[in-house]
Design a protein around this ligand. Structure first.
Ligand code: FNR
Length: 347
């Protein structure tokens, strides 16, 4: 089994910067405040070390898994990210096609530039989650949740780490503003009254599950006690995330928060994680720590920006090939059963 082709995410980001306006590239790349969380995220995964098992003889590990009952060919999925037509003309459609070609799950953002039902129609057999923000009136948010259920999404992802918008200094300095012609497909129709949006509470987890008819995933959890309350309130899965360093800063790295959340709820529900995952060994580390799946944000941004839907496939397939290679090197044969002692803290 040959080593996988080189997936050079740094070179992809550099190339994307050549193609995008500087303020747009900074909007995608940037984090909040001092960007400490953003900077530390990849390094935190690398604070773990692999402990390869030898003489196991399994050169072709099994990569398929299921996420809330939906089959996928890889545990690497696409995190929700906003305004994809700003990165490439293929937009969210390109990401949906690219993820489907890699056998990966895509999470579609509320802030998509493509309407939510159009995206379940792209590669309809490829499972997708829909991510919900409460950015407009409660009535509009509830309507979007119902439509996500009707459109065939497999889960509703409530992003709870944005009670207020993070202070993204790059955007403040550049004066970044969304292009006037950018479609915001899931916004209320013109004339819809702007209403204040009360923060979500634990009760909303069950309420949105009922409204949408979908299992609810709570995204943006960094603490075991919060994860336990989410599960008590009816969450079907918990997604450990600090929003890619774009909200609270300096927030704990997800590579360090994940074990606490897995200890609290890992026996009851699926646990996902994102933030700074940039290689197959990062993925294997997350799986060993108890994550069922990982999601990538910026690698998908740079893939779409540089190569449209094929660029997304290359990134997801590249990370998956690296994962398979690292598993073979470590004597691990199944992504659904990665022993915790496959890794140890670096000393
Ligand atoms: C995001 N993220 C995000 N999350 C969410 O729930 N809804 C959204 O609309 C967005 N939008 C968004 C835009 C951009 C440009 C980025 C970079 C991120 C957060 C995203 O889902 C995820 O948590 C992080 O991107 C994961 O970190 P990495 O992989 O980018 O390091």
């Amino acid at each position: 089994r040959p080593a996988p082709d080189l997936l050079d995410l740094t070179a992809l980001e550099t190339r994307a910067r050549e193609l995008l306006a500087p303020d747009v590239a900074d909007f995608f790349a940037g984090g909040a405040e001092s960007e400490t969380t953003l900077r530390e995220a990849p390094a935190a995964w690398r604070s773990w070390r692999l402990r390869p098992r030898v003489l196991r003889g399994e050169p072709a590990p099994s990569l398929g898994t299921s996420l809330l009952g939906s089959e996928v060919a890889t545990p690497v999925g696409v995190a929700p990210w906003a305004y994809q037509t700003m990165a490439h003309a293929d937009g969210e459609r390109g990401t949906a096609e690219g993820a489907a070609a890699a056998g990966a799950l895509m999470t579609v953002s509320t802030s998509a530039s493509t309407e939510l039902a159009e995206l379940t129609a792209v590669a309809p057999d490829a499972p997708k989650f829909f991510q919900l923000y409460r950015v407009h009136s409660p009535a509009h948010t509830e309507d979007v949740a119902r439509r996500a259920g009707a459109a065939g999404y497999r889960a509703l992802v409530l992003t709870v780490d944005m009670p207020v918008f993070g202070r993204r200094l790059r955007d403040l300095v550049s004066g970044f503003a969304l292009p006037a012609d950018l479609p915001l497909a899931n916004r209320p129709a013109a004339g819809h009254p702007a209403a204040p949006t009360p923060a979500w509470a634990f009760d909303d987890i069950g309420r949105f599950a009922d409204l949408s008819g979908l299992p609810v995933v709570v995204k943006g959890v960094l603490r075991g006690d919060d994860a336990a309350r989410c599960v008590q309130a009816g969450a079907a899965a918990v997604w450990v995330s600090n929003h890619g360093g774009r909200q609270a800063d300096p927030a704990v790295a997800t590579a360090h928060a994940l074990p606490e959340v897995v200890d609290a709820v890992g026996d009851e529900v699926e646990v996902y994680v994102d933030g700074g995952i940039r290689s197959g060994s990062d993925v294997l580390t997350a799986l060993a720590l108890g994550a069922r799946a990982v999601f990538v944000g910026r690698p998908a941004v740079w893939g779409l920006a540089t190569g449209g839907r094929q660029g997304v496939t290359r990134v997801l397939s590249g990370l998956t090939a690296e994962l398979a290679h690292t598993m073979a090197l470590c004597g691990v044969d199944d992504v659904t059963a990665v022993p915790r002692d496959t890794i140890a803290a670096a000393r």
